[in-house]
Design a protein around this ligand. Sequence first.
Ligand code: 4NP
Length: 155
Amino acid sequence: MVSILFVCLGNICRSPTAEAVLRAKARAAGLDLVIDSAGTGDWHRGEPPYLPAIEAGLARGYDLRDLRARQVQPADFTRFDRIFAMDRANLADLNRLGRNEGTRPELLLPLAPDLGRQDLPDPWYTRDFEGTLDLVERACEALMDQLRDAAQPPQ
Ligand code: 4NP
């Protein structure tokens, strides 16, 4: 089963949003995936996602309430097939931590090239939780297309 890890800074806004969005899309498509999220920082370890992120998600049918923040571990680079950083700072931190061993982390938003973006802005600072969801939904749709194609037996 394909395993996917989303990584942001605090693991209370962007990456738990991506976790919940992809989980909902995978369930709707009947695709079994292992999905998790983590932060490069540990300030919020053990905490649920930030309330405005929970509320914005719930309004679109994504439930983040049971998620709890954790910090990325070196073992994540062998446990997960795909690791997605929410922005270039997260990617640089991941590359330092992973030391080029195991899964090579990627940026999330370039999965949907028509977005023309590399970084998912941090709503902890921008307060734009709707914009976060819009971008995460687009990227997760593109990821689902990739995963569905890969799961398809050759015709
Ligand atoms: P996230 O947002 O990386 O999308 O979870 C943040 C949440 C908290 C902090 C920074 C970013 N913080 O500095 O506490």
